[in-house]
Design a protein around this ligand. Sequence first.
Ligand SMILES: [Zn+2]
Ligand SMILES: [Zn+2]
Length: 453
Amino acid sequence: MALLGAFLCCVLAAWHSRPGLGLPLAPAGGGCPVAAVGQFWHVTDLHLDPSYHITDDHTKVCSSSKGANASNPGPFGDVLCDSPYQLILSAFDFIKNSGQEASFMIWTGDSPPHVPVPELSTDTVIKVISNMTMAIQSLFPNLQVFPALGNHDYWPQDQLPIVTSEVYNAVANLWKPWLDEEAISTLRKGGFYSQKVTSNPNLRIISLNTNLYYGPNVMTLNKTDPASQFEWLEDTLNSSQQNKEKVYIIAHIPVGYLPFSSGITAMRQYYNEKLIDIFRRYSNIIAGQFYGHNHKDSFMVLSDKKGSPVNSLFVAPAVTPVKGVLEKETNNPGVRLFQYKPCDYTLLDMLQYYLNLTDANLKGDANWKLEYILTQTYDIEDLQPKSLYGLAKQFAVPDSKQFIKYYNYFFVNYDSSVICDKKCKALQVCAIMNLDYVSYVDCLKQYYIKYGH
Ligand SMILES: [Zn+2]
Ligand SMILES: [Zn+2]
């Protein structure tokens, strides 16, 4: 472990001292070495189920199946169960041994399992988050990690408070190696922070506690600015603008509409509109937004009020493969790597990796593989709002092959025979391109006029 850690440290040091990897630099004035690429990992929704074990009685494989028969349990998990420890370790082992050099990692929350509230406690929730944090810190001792809290990272689940709490204090202590004093202090108070990336000057990560805006959170009912996070966010973006920084926004619950149900925002609508307004006003310094929670792979493009695309947002699939008994589809476990221009943090590409869970269980070996490279699979130039907007317009066309691909990737290659009918597709496409109420409703209307029900 120590040896591997030392190796990683030196690789990173070498990486940062090699502008453009020794390749030709761009002409003076451009300010960006042509071939240089920065990289970071995004992992989310680990949902460790410590009770997972193989046993003949399939109702007893994991608490997260809530008494239902596990469908085909193996060493790396089951689709009715949250993650066994071995699945999570296989994901981190893959990241560590992938040969990819990354400057940092983002980790957008939800470590505890989906089990009934009485089966957990503040203590067990903290233990699970601590366990995951320790695993990451010991495997990647030299990597700066930026976590965000999820709705399951609290007990009772979803009820993240607007004042300090045992959980906020615990994570502030656990995440100290990655964060500075100011970040630790706001994390303690409200579960959010902003932090400069040590290896990337002028890049700031803003980690929002969007669980405060989540529908089931009764702690924030009728509050216009829970924990004064909106005020803090505007102040933080404002000072970033003055200091000529670029910002990546990370959070657990995404903004925008759920791509699989009609007219439902992931957070309460009032908060969604407020956030969209702030993101629009600061879109020139927000170089990307990264979320979890939905467990499926999707992207969104935020447009300004006139309809021009101004921001790219990415929702990463979960590591846990869990689904409800009545759900037909789920996701294979996934982790992803982003590529950006180190000079201005423009997003260039995304590599999605996944584990075919059925295969892994059959072979007793976790063979994590590349699922797709975003620009190559869709033949687009980069991950800029304009490129993704153009792609979403291609999706909208009837029988679009691009969209068929997208819908298969949505479930991380879980079931390539899956079909999205007209209504399903209208919801998907409108959720990609419209994050506020007025434009979303209008999109659905237009879509039906154009392509029928
Ligand atoms: Zn989750
Ligand atoms: Zn969640």
